[in-house]
Write a protein that binds this ligand. Structure first.
Ligand code: CA
Length: 544
């Protein structure tokens, strides 16, 4: 009797379908501006036809954001479903121990076969059934991987001699499908490219791609209006423009693509050029073309390799019963405002491409403006796997957005951002931001973990409806006074709600609090800090 009842339940059409296979694809630093489904300026170059085919069959998220625009912290958010001040990975030295790798642990518990292949960048051993990951940043050529073996992590290493990393990573994932996959279980595979992280190195077969094409230039490559920014990003009377944020052109004398151009990209220079004959504008133009071409060649290598992977999935009846996600670990600057790299709380680096294809449940051809954060991605995947979300996870599932286009009740109306690595690598000050669908409020508190090495604190507010390119800071515009005050209140509440309460780095928080109201005394202090920082920088550059 019991057996019959069990069988009847088993046959019931209302019983939930089998959990889907899940393929999570992430490329390093692949920004939305260079994904065809999002691109505007680069649209005609058709940079990603394969990724666009996922988008055409599924849903494109226009307001997907990272909470911290650098590699390791973003990966930590996706692995744990927690903000960086909670998961502990606030910068590039952070690590996630095997016991804290929530996403693969829960997937395995639910019966999934799990695999992590490609760029990892979280230092500790991956807690997946199978892994084959790059050490740290990894290499573009002769790519080495850390694998399971006789020796303890991270000592078992295999190399793909003579291969580009995107080819080697794709070969490795295909090999997993061909030789390791357990057909009795659903799979959860993370397939993660190193490309197009800088310094960009494309496979030789792409060297002619775009060679004779002039890449369209963003309007702000040569000139960003002085309505943009604040004392934090420009300095008092623009005295820090050369020292805040690395550049494409010569603006930042310490680090720019103009400086790199002659050594790294001689093939992109006009034949028989004379360094001294190139004007500043010409230098910027060549540096931009070199930067974009190398970047887009790496992107093309990713897209072609995905075509290879999808071909396999289609041939083995795995394409339509797999939830496929495509994303980058954060955005990237492609010369807008003469910036390179990422890190800033502006949209170019804060936004992530995020595309989901799963035709069994997600209608084709949708776009959504729902605000989603990278801490929500693992929860979406766990939801599809039928796994109950444990206490302590801060992300939420947005499955209903994928399937109906509608936000669930009480869905977030603002996202949080925080970049902690004050003035490291690319000269970006410590900052935090609160973004809604219509506004962005950025607070550059400008100090390190100890509250030291200060740059001038400042606030910026952008009206994203009238000014989607974030070119006019309206923080001090009286018309926006109420908007500003309401947003600051919501921002402070968000910090409290998610536990970024200052307890992690109290000396830093003292600076955050000191300049929060930004009264006249704070503004006077900021002017002094601007001058002091300029003098320090100039002394440093003169010593070199
Ligand atoms: Ca990255």
């Amino acid at each position: 009797m019991l057996t019959i009842a069990f069988m009847l339940v088993g046959l019931s059409p209302s019983m939930a379908a089998d959990p889907p296979n899940i393929l999570f694809i992430m490329s390093d630093d692949h920004t939305a501006q260079a994904v065809g489904a999002y691109a505007t300026l680069l649209k005609d170059l058709d940079p990603t036809p394969t990724i666009d085919s996922l988008a055409a069959d599924g849903i494109v998220f226009e307001n997907a954001f990272c909470t911290n625009a650098i590699c390791t912290p973003s990966r930590a958010c996706i692995l744990t479903g927690k903000y960086n001040h909670v998961n502990g990975v606030v910068d590039l030295v952070g690590r996630i121990e095997p016991k804290d790798q929530t996403l693969p642990l829960l997937m395995r518990e639910a019966g999934y076969q799990t695999a992590m292949i490609g760029k990892w960048h979280l230092k500790a051993e991956p807690n997946f059934d199978y892994y084959k990951v790059l050490p740290g940043q990894g290499k573009y050529y002769n790519t080495e991987f850390r694998v399971q073996g006789d020796k303890p992590w991270p000592k078992n290493v295999v190399a793909h001699k003579g291969e580009h990393s995107s080819d080697a990573i794709t070969d490795s994932t295909l090999n997993w499908f061909k030789t390791k996959r357990d057909k009795t279980k659903p799979f959860f595979v993370c397939h993660q490219y190193k490309a197009p992280h800088d310094y960009f190195e494309n496979a030789p077969r792409y060297q002619s791609y775009l060679k004779n094409t002039k890449i369209p230039e963003p309007a702000t490559l040569y000139d960003t209006p002085n309505t943009w920014g604040s004392i934090a990003t420009r300095g008092h009377q623009d005295e820090l423009l050369a020292h805040i944020g690395t550049s494409i052109g010569k603006r930042n004398p310490r680090r720019s693509y103009a400086v790199d151009l002659y050594d790294r990209f001689p093939e992109e220079l006009p034949s028989g050029y004379n360094v001294n004959e190139l004007s500043e504008e010409e230098t910027t133009r060549y540096a931009y073309q070199a930067y974009l071409k190398k970047y887009l060649r790496c992107v093309k290598g990713v897209d072609d390799n995905l075509s290879r992977l999808f071909h396999y999935l289609k041939a083995h009846d795995l394409y339509d019963n797999t939830l496929i996600i495509y994303t980058g670990d954060q955005g990237f600057w492609l010369g807008e405002k003469d910036f390179q790299d990422k890190r800033w709380a502006y949209d170019e680096s804060q936004r992530m491409p995020f595309i989901v294809r799963y035709p069994e449940a997600i209608p084709a051809g949708q776009r959504s403006d729902a605000l989603v954060e990278n801490i929500d991605y693992p929860v979406l995947m766990l939801d599809y796997a039928g796994i109950e979300i444990p206490e302590g996870i801060q992300g939420r599932s947005f499955r209903s957005v994928c399937e109906t286009g509608k936000e669930p009740a009480g869905w977030k109306q603002g996202v949080y951002y925080r970049y902690w690595m004050h003035m490291a690598h690319h000269d970006n000050p410590g900052e935090m931001a609160y973004r809604t669908k219509t506004y962005k409020l950025i607070y550059f508190y400008g100090c390190d973990y100890e509250g030291a090495n200060q740059t001038p604190p400042g606030w910026e507010l952008y009206d994203l409806v009238r000014d989607p390119d974030e070119l006019v800071n309206v923080y001090d515009d009286p018309v926006y006074a109420k908007v500003r005050d309401d947003l600051k209140e919501a921002f402070a509440k968000k910090r409290k709600d998610i536990g970024d309460d200052g307890s992690h780095f109290p000396k830093c928080e003292a600076v955050v609090q000191e300049f929060w109201d930004y009264d006249e005394a704070d503004r006077a202090k900021a002017i002094n800090l601007s001058r002091k920082f300029r003098l320090q920088r100039e002394a440093f550059l003169n010593r070199k």
